[in-house]
Design a protein. Structure first.
Length: 106
């Protein structure tokens, strides 16, 4: 969240996180990388005509089921008054990942 402050969404999330941290209420904040299940939407957002234009930046997408498992564990554990960062196991370029996805779904 701290690294993407050009985006209003992430600026708002940072404000929310800072309010939580300052509240005195025990907390655990979970930061997750992009969900694999969002690939169709990412492909659509990068489509212009018949071409898909996406960043070659590296990402480590994660399955939402894996995020749910982590969240269940966090909910059952004592708050750590800090953050947990989770990501998928594979580092891949977004453009390559979406190209593979589009090929797989036809």
């Amino acid at each position: 969240t701290e690294r993407l402050q050009d985006c209003g969404y992430f600026r708002a999330k940072l404000v929310q996180e800072n309010l939580i941290k300052a509240s005195g209420i025990p907390y655990t904040i979970v930061h997750s990388t992009q969900f694999m299940e969002f690939l169709a939407g990412i492909a659509k957002s990068g489509t212009v005509g018949e071409a898909v234009h996406l960043s070659p930046a590296y990402v480590q997408p994660i399955a939402s089921d894996d995020v749910a498992d982590v969240m269940a564990g966090v909910a059952l554990a004592a708050p750590i008054n800090g953050m947990i960062e989770i990501s998928g196991p594979d580092r891949v370029r977004m453009s390559e990942l979406v190209a593979r996805y589009l090929k797989a779904v036809g």
